[in-house]
Design a protein around this ligand. Sequence first.
Ligand SMILES: Nc1ncnc2c1ncn2[C@@H]1O[C@H](COP(=O)(O)OP(=O)(O)O)[C@@H](O)[C@H]1O
Ligand SMILES: [Mg+2]
Length: 264
Amino acid sequence: MKIAISGKGGVGKTLISAGLAKGFADRGLKTIAIDADSSPNLGLTLGLSAEEARKITPISENKKLVDSKTNTGYSGVYRLTFSVDDIVRDYSMLTPFGVNMMVMGTVQSMGSGCMCAPNAVIRELLRYLIVERDEAVVLDMEAGVEHIGRGTASHVDVLLVVADSNLKALEIAKKIKDFAKTAGMKQIYLIANRVMNDLQKKAIIDFAEKNDLEILDFVPFDQGIIEKDMQGVSPLSFNELKAVKTIDAISENLLKKNKKFNKN
Ligand SMILES: Nc1ncnc2c1ncn2[C@@H]1O[C@H](COP(=O)(O)OP(=O)(O)O)[C@@H](O)[C@H]1O
Ligand SMILES: [Mg+2]
């Protein structure tokens, strides 16, 4: 089961990514969660302490590692084929919820101030994790799916686009969905997060209908999430929170929709 989660900044991607990864691990799937946000904080939600999370260097910023994979000895020329299974082995870590995690750092857009070598490593890592490995992969992405690389994108089983009722978040969700379709992604769903009342719910439903977005579920606004995040503890340790319950139910639902992935 390979899932990518995308959407505007601040809409709840990290909470939902971590919650789904935990949900898969709780149901017996070997699961790896990938943090591809430019300000990575998935580790905290997966139960690491701030101190542990702070110690992690994103792969894209690990110059020595990137160099060891891509350096040819000629400036501006870098290797394109290299192994990455050892990177997954050496740089993923087991978090308290039983989910493995890797912090990628961001994939920069091609062109502007080329970050070719780190990009090449991250793209190959994503391809390897999504196309070749058979454990469940949950990808927490700040940016749209164009950063995954087209060849890999079509191997993602489910794209979840997260938005709240804010029109800007919904507009970005629509853009992400449109691109994902052209990249060959088949199961694309909207997750409405932080829904406070029926008015917000209706605004989201109306937008979704007009823009050909299929809503998978509504995650309620939950003050408890904000409080736990404020205290620096993972909200996911608190099963009684409404939002946490809903996200756990979504992981069950996704496994049902994709039966071939049940238990491995
Ligand atoms: N369902 C929810 N109810 C209340 N607060 C939420 C909910 N989902 C997320 N939040 C809060 O919104 C903020 C952004 O969430 P986060 O998962 O970090 O978003 P993103 O990864 O998209 O930037 C966090 O402070 C989090 O506590
Ligand atoms: Mg995030």
